[in-house]
Design a protein around this ligand. Structure first.
Ligand code: CTP
Ligand code: MG
Ligand code: K
Length: 181
């Protein structure tokens, strides 16, 4: 596969992992997952990780995976590449994994004294990627190994942080997010 094909495959395969965090921003609110509990004087996760945001993000990412399955033949034809399809488990794994990665990052941020919304460069851009890839590997290992070849994984690790910075910057400018990260 050529370089463009690798990048296109990487972006397509990670679509269901890219959407959950943005859906959570739109749908967030309500009860925090940690119920206000603290650990060592700081919140376990903080008010930025809610049940509603997590559920909405997981549903949005899974729904996108199913919609992308319908679009794959047409889009693949237009682009000239064979695009990956998402078995249901792979879609759920990517979407829920992205949310869990983001939640894990908040846990680490609170442990290191960072308040809700504080930046943690590197972690902010890759937490959801690592979570999505790990959970997809666990729940859909055959699909994972067939889809995420080494070049595709490298492309994901390079392109995702760029994409994350751009989309969060846009969400900030639109007033949807309190910070541009
Ligand atoms: N959100 C949510 N549930 C999640 C993730 C996000 O409700 N599991 C919503 C919250 O309203 C959150 C917003 O999306 O404030 C932005 O997400 P994020 O930047 O991840 O949270 P922060 O508020 O910055 O908190 P943290 O410092 O813990 O990342
Ligand atoms: Mg934030
Ligand atoms: K985050």
């Amino acid at each position: 596969m050529d370089l463009v094909g690798v990048v296109v495959t990487a972006l397509w395969a990670m679509g269901p992992a890219y959407v959950p965090n943005n859906a959570a921003v739109l749908a967030g609110g309500g009860r925090p997952i940690d119920g206000g509990r603290t650990m060592g004087g700081s919140r376990l996760l903080g008010d930025g990780k809610t049940w509603r945001g997590t559920a909405a993000g997981t549903v949005a990412g899974t729904a996108l995976a199913l919609a992308m399955n319908e679009l794959a033949p047409t889009v693949g034809d237009v682009l000239g590449y064979s695009l990956p399809r998402f078995p249901l488990l792979a879609g759920v794994g990517l979407a829920l994994g992205a949310m869990l990665g983001d939640i894990g990052a908040s846990f680490l941020k609170r442990r290191s004294g960072r308040e809700r919304g504080a930046a943690f460069p590197g972690l902010d851009q890759l937490d959801f990627v690592v979570g999505a890839l790990l959970l997809a590997l666990v729940v859909a290992p055959g699909w994972f190994l067939a889809t995420f070849t080494r070049p595709v994984l490298v492309a994901i690790l390079v392109v995702t942080p760029l994409l994350h910075v751009v989309t969060n910057g846009i969400a900030y400018l639109l007033g949807l997010k309190n910070e541009p990260w």
